[in-house]
Design a protein around this ligand. Structure first.
Ligand code: SF4
Length: 346
C-alpha cells in the first residue's frame, strides 16, 4: 500500500509522481513562475542548474519545501531551453547525486521502499532477519539486472548474502546500485520535455546559464581519433563522449580496456573522461588503475571479446576488418576480409 508523503519528503524527492501532483495543485504556468511573486522559485531553479555546472552536484535546500519542490521542474525547463546536450547529462547526474545523498541519510524505511516501488519499479523488502549490516533485500533478478554494471568482486553474486531468491544489501550498496537509474530517469524526462516560449526573466536565466556553462572538452584534443585506428565499437563509444552523450557502463569498460591494451597510459585514458557528465577524477583514476592492473588484484583486464560486445548490443561491425577478428584489440592487425578500394587521383 502506498504511503502519503509530506511536503518535506516531496521536496527531497521531487521526481516522484506524488510530488508532480503536489506541484500541479499550485496551478502555475511559466508566466507565473517568471513573475516577481515567484522569484524565489525561479532563483532556486537557476541555482540548481548552476550548482550542477560548477560543482557537479545539486545541494539540499529544504528551508522552504514548496520552493524546493517547484524549482525542480522549472530547473529542468531551463536546462532544456539551453539546448546544451552535455548540460542535460550533467544536470541529470547532479540531481541523482543529490538524491543519493538524501537516500543515504533517509531514516524512514517506508519512504525508501516507496521511492523504489514508485520511481524504479523495484519491490524492496526491509530485512530485519538479514545478515548483520544488510538491512534490505531485493529479488535476485532485480539484483542481477543492475549488478552486472560493476566489475569489482564485491558485486559478484557469490560475495553477497542470498536466501530464498533474495539478495541482501546494506543501504549504502542499495543506493549505489540504483544511482544510474535515477540519473537515467531524470535524463529521460529532460529529453522528452518541450519548452514553450519563456517569459523575459526565465529567458534571461537561460542566457546566463548558457554563458556560464563551459563547452565540453574535445576527445580529439586528448586522444587523436582516426576512423582507421579504432574498431567501430570503440569508436562509437568515443563518439558518444565526443557528442556529450553518456556511454553505457559496458561501453566505458570496453573503451578503457581497449585503450590500455593498445598502450595508452592511465593518464591518457583518464583524459578522455572529463566530457562525461559524471566525471570525478579521483573515482575515475581508481577505476582506470584497477583495470590497468595497478590496484586491487593487480591483474590487467582484457578487452572483452567481440562475442561479449555483441551480447551487450554494442557491436557496430564493418565489413573490412571485423569479419576476421574475435576481439576488438585485433582490429586492423589482422588482414582485412575485403580490400579497401584505393581512391584514384584521376
Ligand atoms: S566485430 Fe568486434 S571489433 Fe568489430 S565492431 Fe563488433 S565487437 Fe567491435
Amino acid at each position: 500500500m502506498d504511503i502519503q508523503l509530506g511536503r518535506a519528503d516531496l521536496a527531497k524527492y521531487p521526481f516522484l509522481s506524488q510530488a508532480g501532483e503536489h506541484a500541479k495543485a499550485f496551478d502555475l504556468d511559466l508566466s507565473d513562475l517568471g513573475s516577481a511573486e515567484y522569484a524565489p522559485v525561479a532563483e532556486r531553479a537557476k541555482e540548481r542548474v548552476l550548482e550542477a555546472v560548477r560543482k557537479g552536484k545539486v545541494s539540499d535546500n529544504l528551508v522552504n519545501p514548496d520552493v524546493e519542490l517547484l524549482s525542480f521542474p522549472l530547473a529542468m525547463v531551463l536546462v532544456k531551453a539551453t539546448g546544451l546536450e552535455h548540460l542535460a547529462s550533467r544536470y541529470a547526474l547532479s540531481e541523482a547525486l543529490r538524491v543519493e545523498g538524501l537516500l543515504e541519510k533517509e531514516t524512514n524505511i517506508n519512504v525508501i521502499a516507496y521511492i523504489f516501488r514508485n520511481a524504479l519499479k523495484v519491490e524492496l523488502e526491509e530485512a530485519s532477519d538479514g545478515p548483520q549490516g544488510h538491512g534490505f533485500a531485493i529479488r535476485f533478478s532485480e539484483y542481477l539486472k543492475r549488478s552486472t554494471q560493476f566489475h569489482e568482486p564485491e558485486w559478484k553474486l557469490i560475495n553477497r548474502p542470498v536466501s530464498k531468491g533474495r539478495v541482501y544489501l546494506a543501504k549504502h550498496d542499495l543506493v549505489r546500485l540504483i544511482r544510474a537509474e535515477i540519473r537515467r530517469m531524470i535524463y529521460q524526462r529532460l529529453k522528452s520535455l518541450t519548452v514553450p516560449r519563456l517569459p523575459p526573466l526565465l529567458d534571461q536565466f537561460v542566457k546566463e546559464i548558457t554563458a556560464r556553462t563551459p563547452p565540453p572538452r574535445r576527445v580529439e584534443d586528448v586522444i587523436p581519433v582516426s576512423p582507421d585506428m579504432y574498431p567501430p565499437c570503440v569508436k562509437h563509444a568515443l563518439d558518444m563522449l565526443k557528442n556529450g552523450q553518456d556511454p553505457p557502463h559496458f561501453a566505458r569498460f570496453l573503451m578503457t580496456t581497449y585503450l590500455l591494451n593498445i598502450g595508452k597510459s592511465v593518464d591518457d585514458v583518464i583524459g578522455i573522461f572529463p566530457r562525461a557528465a559524471d566525471f570525478n577524477e579521483r573515482v575515475t583514476r581508481y577505476q582506470v588503475e584497477h583495470l590497468a592492473g595497478i590496484r586491487g588484484g593487480k591483474v590487467k583486464y582484457r578487452v572483452p571479446s567481440c562475442k561479449n560486445v555483441v551480447s551487450h548490443s554494442f557491436c557496430f561491425r564493418d565489413s573490412v576488418y571485423c569479419p576476421n577478428i574475435v576481439n576488438p584489440v585485433q582490429y586492423g592487425r589482422r588482414p582485412p576480409a575485403v580490400k579497401k578500394v584505393k581512391k584514384s587521383n584521376a
